[in-house]
Ligand binder design. Sequence first.
Ligand code: ATP
Length: 516
Amino acid sequence: MAQEEDIFKKLISHSKEYGFVFPSSEIYDGLGAVYDYGQNGVELKNNIKKYWWDSMTLLNENVVGIDSAIFMHPTVWKASGHVDAFNDPLIDNKDSKKRYRADVLIEEQITKYDDKINKEVEKAAKRFGEAFDEQKFRETHPRVLEYQAKREKLHHRFAKALNDNDLNELRQIILDYEIVCPISGTCNWTEVRQFNLMFATEIGSTADGAMKVYLRPETAQGIFVNFLNVQKSGRMKIPFGIAQIGKAFRNEIVARQFVFRMREFEQMEMQFFVRPGEELKWFEQWKQIRMRWHKALGLGDRKYRFHDHDKLAHYANAATDIEFEMPFGFKEVEGIHSRTDFDLRSHEKYSGKKIQYFDPELNQSYIPYVIETSIGVDRMFLSVLSAAYTEETLDDGETRVVLKLPPALAPVKLAVLPLVKKDGLPEKAREIIENLKFDFQCQYDEKDSIGKRYRRQDAIGTPYCITIDHDTLNDQCVTIRYRDTMEQERAPIDRLEEIIRDKVSLKNILKKIAES
Ligand code: ATP
């Protein structure tokens, strides 16, 4: 674990050093859990958003997009349940004065049992080699069974406390399991309290009666209140979906994990409207589609898993998370929820407007049910970056840090490097960029040795470096150097566009999703 935490620290400083992520307002010592994206970060983030947007709106004829405002009428948040129920259970350690989410402390304790079980399995796998039967081992080994029983007991008690909204019981679990504050190391805890996560502000001047409004804590409500607008103006037939990418705001209690948990972040959400009674079928379908979307990036299938919710939100009848193995363990990147007709029904009630769909096939009107897929752009960004970050020792004993980003997501697609700063090589390099810049993000670099320039490009994940040498002027060929293998290959200048396009296109990844 220590080694993984070490990697996480390195990743954070690498992100800053190479223009991916900066702390907000850094010259004023920053603002807690708020970050800015730098010149490379914004490109990577935009590519992630495009990958999601295209997969929703190009691959599905019946999914369209919108872009709704951040400010909404305050009654929206009453109807959605956020004013009354968008709370986290918080607990303070009296010695360190640090604040935690009680549910997260307990979840981490559960993970400790999982870690212990996995260690036993790993040890045994090494000992038995080829002959190892993992399933049998998990079902019969006494120590594994003991950990498993302890885990189940805690998990059961925790899920019950959450579902009963029993704050005293949450605290009691923390005390009974002697969960200590990682800073002070003590068990000196306060009571558990509920804390509403919405930020409030005012619209209008106070003189003529300002109105209290909230910064939206999710983008989904902008979709619900526009359901009829989109359905009617687009003549949409159920089932259909509405997708949106936008900022959301939550006054998070614990915000210590870089861009994983921020107070201002970005979501990519899609609400899929279906016939009542068909929602669980669609829920299963979207679970599979979304997992394919993640895996198609090639970051490693074993890094993903589903995690079903212990406590269903007030609006849901099924929910699961897609978790990714971050440097600090498996964590939620995306939530998939079957939200029933809760939101539309509630907006109908609070607004007094009929929000129904007439189904011509059934000859009947109803409030549609909703499947939601909700993924955080920033968490996706962090998962891509942490899977890509690699430290390598080369044959000559030198080390390099390389971001093995999927080429379609890389901020810079190719660097064009003249071998020397004279003899017409810079001019030739510029000429190549002039041709390719309409299609790809290109970078020109002539400073330092070619080796140093390769390292700089490795550090930001540029998949291809093009080197111009003296032969180029005669044979119109360049050397392409591949980031991951460091292999080099000669190619004619007039084929560059075609070669690079094939390697960096989102189309090939989207096809993988569509075909599977
Ligand atoms: P968590 O349990 O980690 O607080 P959540 O279950 O409240 O997350 P959702 O309400 O389901 O999260 O939000 C959907 C997605 O939005 C999450 O899967 C995550 O990727 C992203 N997200 C939520 N809160 C944050 C945050 N504070 N910072 C960054 N991304 C977030």
